[in-house]
Structure formats: C-alpha cells, structure tokens
Design a binder for this molecule. Structure first.
Ligand code: PEP
Length: 241
C-alpha cells in the first residue's frame, strides 16, 4: 500500500524536525508493506531528500511545468529538474490546480513529459459536488481519464488518485460501497493491467478503518492529516491492523 503525503503550501525548514518520528516508524516492523512518499512544497524537496537519505521514504513534487526542456518560464519547474534533485514522483491534475484553470490537455502534456523524465505520476481525478448531485460522477471521471491519458501508451508509472473534490479538506468521505464501485469503474477503463488506484480526500485516523475495507485500493493520498506525524503514522498502522 502507498501512503502519499501531500503537504500543499505548508511547511518550512522547522517542520523537517517533525519527520524524525516518521523515519523511525519507517524503519520499524510496524510499517509492514507500506510505502511512504512525501510531497512537500518545492522549497523543501532537497531538504526532505537529504533527510530521507538513510531510509526508504520517497519524495515527490506537487506539480510541474508541461515543458520537458529548460526555457524561459519564470517561476516554474519541470519534471527533468525534479528528477535531477531526487524526486521520483509528481502529483498532476490536483483539483486545486484544475480549479485555477489547468485543463485536461495541459494535464496530459505534463503527464507525458513527467513519464519521459522517468517520474512516477500521481494523476488526480475527481468530481465536484454539483457534478455528483447531477449524477455525472462516472462521466466526469471517464473524461478526465480519457483526455488526461490521451496518447499515453506506457502507463506502468501512472497511479490514479481518485479525489472527489467535495471530500478534500471537508471531513466527508464517500460511502464505502459507493467508493468500491467507483474504483471498479476506474479499473474497467483500462484494458489489460489497471494502474494502481489511490483514494484521497479527508483520510484520517478516524475513517481509515472504513476506507481500508476497500480491497481494490492500492493506497491513499493524504493532505491535512499528513502534516501531523502522529496522524500519518496512525493511518498507516490502522491500515494494517
Ligand atoms: C489532497 O488535497 O490531496 C487531500 C487529500 O487533502 P485532504 O486529505 O486534506 O482532504
């Protein structure tokens, strides 16, 4: 199981000390088969990479520029640059960025170039509350998958993170049955081997016992709770107990 910590626009050099507990946990037997990946803001990627030098915790970025080459793009960072500083993952298509205008086409380009740079992609999809109420969840997800992965044949380095927009940061999660059916629906969109599927949206030590019942999930993308080492560790522990 994969446990991806999305720190969003939080954290500074001081927050690195909070990682000691997680590093210790990652070296213990309690981690079982859990794989931990931290996606801090760009400013902390190198510090996290150094901090995790002697353990198996991986790092990833929260977004990237769509160009695969260096160029005059003030304020941006591309996948090659991320790979060169030790990142192995990148989150692409997060709803917080879609909301700001990231289109499926742009997301598709980002994914293509991230794969070219040999990064693993955590490709976020999810419906808004309005879309859900209108019964359009499957339609939205199918479109996001179709356009986001257009002309991408090599999909072995892609993880799909199903993150209902109405669940992010709200404390609300889908009903287990509903979530199970959606995961099944996503898997069916792929001929042959389906990518690994993560669930994201208000995952916490309180609701992980329900979420872990969905056997078809390969892990979780965790926002708010991942900034608290105790909560993050608890989520992993409870997944296996
Ligand atoms: C996220 O935004 O990726 C996320 C999962 O956030 P939260 O866990 O805070 O809902």
């Amino acid at each position: 199981m994969y446990f991806v910590a999305n720190w969003k626009m939080f954290g500074n050099l001081k927050s690195i000390n909070t990682l000691d507990k997680v590093i210790k946990f990652s070296k213990s037997k309690e981690i079982k088969k859990g794989r931990l990946i931290y996606c801090p803001p760009y400013t902390l990627l190198t510090s996290f990479f150094k901090k995790f030098e002697n353990c198996l915790i991986d790092i990833g970025a929260q977004n990237c520029h769509e160009n695969d080459n260096y160029g005059p793009h003030t304020g941006f960072i591309n996948s090659r640059m991320l790979k060169s500083i030790g990142a192995n993952y990148v989150i692409i298509g997060h709803s917080e960025n879609r909301k700001k205008g990231e289109t499926d086409k742009l997301i598709n380009l980002k994914i293509k170039n991230a794969i070219k740079a040999k990064l693993k992609v955590i490709f976020c999809i999810g419906e808004t509350l309005t879309e859900k109420k209108k019964g359009k969840t499957r339609l939205v997800l199918a479109k996001q998958i179709r356009l986001g992965l257009d002309k991408i044949k090599k999909r072995s380095n892609i993880f799909i993170a199903y993150e209902p927009v109405w669940s992010i940061g709200t404390g609300h999660i889908p009903k287990p049955k509903e979530l199970e059916q959606i995961v099944k629906f996503i898997k069916k969109k792929f001929k042959g081997k389906s990518p690994k599927i993560l669930y994201g949206g208000s995952v916490s030590p309180q609701n992980i016992s329900d979420l872990k019942k969905i056997n078809s999930l390969d892990g979780f993308l965790i926002g708010g709770a991942s900034q608290n080492p105790k909560k993050f560790i608890d989520i992993v522990k409870k997944t296996y107990n």
